[in-house]
Design a protein around this ligand. Structure first.
Ligand SMILES: [Zn+2]
Length: 206
């Protein structure tokens, strides 16, 4: 059985043991485009990846399964070198009341096939608190310099072509995951000599 066949078994839930860590060469490969029309195996893998993120954000499931919380996952992190990413970014609410009234709990909940950045802002941005990664078991401090705004083309799980404009935190998450499909790790984008340097006009996202 291939790695992907094992991951998509009906009885299997993706957990931390399925995630490869830095040093594994798969994380440095440029992943292959997913064949279209989408194969069932790739659709199911995408769904399993999104389910992992849901579980990782659910306190009870995360505890039971021993999961680190995550907002994004890319297939190469499962040692499957294909351009499949899943993102699940909870919406931030000011108050409980606001959260209850909202009809959408996530600002981004998506599975993307063959995602690529087709245009981006001149302005750069970085998360104030830096970034982490499920494939990196250590803290790496510094601003991860990315595009402040991006337009991303991808195929959704129905095989339909989509175009999405992103900014803020969502844009950072999607760029982190697309990077995984191109063999790039988040710390590659930290200025080694000046990790907290702010270049002209760079947006710091709190
Ligand atoms: Zn990562």
């Amino acid at each position: 059985m291939t790695r992907q066949e094992n991951l998509i078994k009906a009885s299997h839930l993706i957990d931390m043991a399925d995630i490869i860590r830095e040093g594994n060469p798969t994380l440095r490969e440029v992943a292959a485009d997913v064949a279209l029309p989408l194969h069932d195996d790739d659709i199911i893998l995408g769904e399993k990846m999104l389910a992992f993120l849901r579980h990782s954000q659910d306190p009870v499931m995360a505890e039971k399964m021993g999961l680190r919380g995550g907002v994004g996952l890319a297939a190469p992190q499962l040692d499957v070198s294909k351009k499949i990413i899943a993102c699940l970014v909870p919406k931030e609410f000011e108050t409980e009341d606001e959260a209850e009234k909202a009809n959408e709990a996530y600002s981004l909940a998506t599975i993307m096939y063959n995602a690529k950045i087709v245009s981006h802002s001149v302005q750069d941005a970085a998360l104030a608190d830096g970034e982490g990664c499920l494939s990196v078991d250590r803290e790496v401090q510094g601003y991860v310099v990315r595009h402040a705004r991006v337009t991303v083309d991808y195929f959704d799980k129905n095989g339909d072509k989509q175009r999405l404009k992103l900014k803020g935190y969502d844009a950072m998450v999607v760029q982190h995951e697309i990077d995984h499909t191109n063999g790039v790790m988040f710390y590659d984008r930290i200025d080694e000599k000046n990790p907290f340097g702010v270049r002209d006009g760079m947006l710091i996202i709190e």
